[in-house]
Design a protein around this ligand. Structure first.
Ligand SMILES: [Zn+2]
Length: 562
């Protein structure tokens, strides 16, 4: 049986890809009609949500949630009909200056939603229900906290009104996505590309908000070994100012893909979505979004959509146990935190590498950003230089003050990328007698740690390989001549020293009158003994004839190959 037959056929969440972008033929009339309707103005986040609903990214939602779905999502992580859904997708006009309008609205009305900046109609809302909700409860259930330091919680109290409006929507116009516009793909297009154009049977989605580092690349390529296609779906955020200017971000993705990925196995498209930092609940939403784009698998790393230390590092992986694989309908692929191991000489996780942290360079997105802010290209083990070249120019703000000192504590960067710098003298080196106090670290320590990694990360493993190969390569043509010759000369020098010391022992008296000027026999003998031991311990250079006995066959060669 073909393996693909065992997999469920990919399908949008709830079975049908939603389309609520109004047909171009109807838009003109709808726009005219919209001018006579009651209206509300909406900000960018609502517009982004409406675009996602209208293009099927949030299928099966056809509009903003009503009270039954809202309650069910908060209480059970499911829509009222039982379909898994974890994040409330609601519309709450900010009350600020708009009570009048909301109060005049009645269930059953059509309401024009206007872009608050351009005042142009964006969508029509077919108002079904107006209901109140509890902000504390929403914050607690969605985010697990009511602390306003959390951006998602703060958004509830700062931007949302007291009432939620539900109903289906019709989108009248799409927003322009700036430098991402030409890369934009709607679900109906990704389904076509994956299954008709490329003829894939499995597609793995990867989400990121940052340029690809080697940790991302490792996870993607592990997945690419097993599945047909990779869908890189970077998030274009709408609530947070980008660390990397968007033009640079796009070019950095292209630099990575052009140089290190086979073109016919990857599709890149941006996703315009608001990040909420709701950890596990948001991981489920992100999986559903990719399912609606046609993906069969989703890579989930450590602390997906996390905020500080609010969620347990693997909570976003654990939540998938609350649902059956059939009802989620997209398979999450879980990965541990990745690092580069200089002893293994490859990317690894705790599942695959047995070595201590003194060999590890951690893949820290924040560490990478900080390095770039300070004007250093991160080590090649963390970031491909082709990518670094682009994003070092696009990062804002820069991280040094006018005196050239780091504005953020440099310890964050050092510990983020090179955790063993404070405990070990160098990568894979000896332990420090006393660990360095992180509070005392400066940009010079970032430089020292970076330089150590640049010099040593690639040599640790190659030194080991060479030391062993040197003793076992039967062909001396591969030998490092200079090293063997230097060793041969050192041995000769040692032999000469032993001769001199032997003569000295011979001549030395049993006792001496002035021990500073002359040595007695016993002392001379001790010196000789040490020199002889060193000679024994020195590696003997290998002569070609010493390899002859290694090349032997008990029977004629031909008898094995017949
Ligand atoms: Zn290792």
């Amino acid at each position: 049986m073909k393996q693909a037959a065992l997999r469920p056929t990919p399908a949008p969440h709830g079975g049908k890809l939603v389309q609520r972008v109004l047909d171009t033929k109807l838009v003109e009339r709808a726009l005219r009609a919209a001018r006579t309707l009651p209206y509300l103005t909406v900000g960018r986040e609502v517009i982004v949500n409406m675009e996602m609903i209208a293009t099927g990214v949030l299928s099966p939602l056809e509009g903003f949630m009503g009270s039954k779905d809202y309650r069910s999502v908060l209480d059970r992580g499911r829509l009222a009909d039982g379909l898994p859904w974890t994040m409330p997708i609601t519309f709450s006009p900010s009350t600020h200056g708009r009570e009048q309008t909301v109060e005049k609205l009645r269930e059953g009305h059509e309401v024009a939603l206007l872009d608050e900046e351009s005042r142009e109609p964006v969508a029509i809302l077919h108002l079904e229900e107006i209901f109140s909700y509890d902000k504390d409860e929403r914050a607690q259930k969605v985010f697990g906290t009511t602390d306003r330091k959390h951006p998602g919680v703060d958004h509830i109290y700062r931007n949302m009104g007291d009432l939620l409006l539900s109903g289906t929507i019709d989108l009248l116009r799409r927003t322009h996505w700036g430098p991402f516009e030409k890369y934009r793909l709607e679900p109906k297009e990704t389904w076509r590309i994956f299954y008709e154009e490329r003829k894939w049977e499995t597609v793995v989605a990867f989400q990121t908000a940052n340029p690809l580092h080697r940790g991302h690349e490792y996870l993607q390529k592990c997945a690419m070994e097993l599945y047909d296609g990779l869908f890189i779906h970077p998030i274009v955020e709408t609530t947070r100012k980008a660390y990397f200017r968007n033009e640079f971000r796009i070019m950095a993705y292209e630099a990575a893909l052009d140089t290190y990925y086979p073109k016919d196995r990857v599709v890149l498209a941006p996703l315009r979505v608001t990040m909420n930092y709701a950890g596990p609940r948001e991981a489920i939403l992100h999986a559903i979004i990719r399912k609606n784009c046609g993906c069969t698998h989703l890579i989930l790393g450590r602390d997906h959509a996390g905020f500080g230390k609010l969620y347990a590092p693997y909570a976003a992986q654990e939540i998938f146990k609350d649902y059956s694989p059939e009802e989620i309908g997209i398979t999450p692929i879980f990965f541990k935190e990745t690092f580069y191991c200089a002893r293994c000489a490859c990317m690894a996780t705790e599942k695959t590498c047995p070595h201590g942290p003194e060999f590890h360079i951690t893949m820290s997105g924040t560490g990478v950003q900080d390095m770039l802010r300070y004007g250093y290209l991160p080590p090649k083990e963390v970031l491909r230089p082709e990518v670094g070249q682009i994003i070092i120019q696009g990062i804002q703000p820069k991280g040094l003050n006018e005196e050239g000192q780091a504005i953020k504590p440099p310890a964050d960067t050092v510990l983020g990328l090179f955790p063993s710098y404070v405990t070990h003298h160098r990568l894979g080196g000896a332990e420090r007698q006393k660990p360095l106090d992180p509070a005392t670290l400066t940009v010079r320590d970032i430089e020292a740690a970076l330089q150590d990694v640049r010099e040593n990360a690639a040599t640790i493993y190659s030194d080991i390989s060479e030391a062993i190969a040197h003793r076992f390569d039967t062909s001396r043509a591969l030998e490092n001549r200079q090293r063997s010759e230097a060793l041969g000369e050192a041995l000769k020098r040692q032999e000469r020293l032993i001769e001199i010391l032997e003569e000295k022992v011979e001549d030395a008296p049993e006792t001496v009158p002035d021990p500073f000027m002359y040595q007695d026999k016993e002392e001379a003998r001790k010196e000789l003994e040490v020199a002889r031991r060193i000679y024994k311990e020195m590696q003997k250079p290998l002569e070609p004839e010493e390899f002859r006995h290694r090349i032997w066959n008990p029977m004629e060669y031909e008898r094995y190959t017949r």
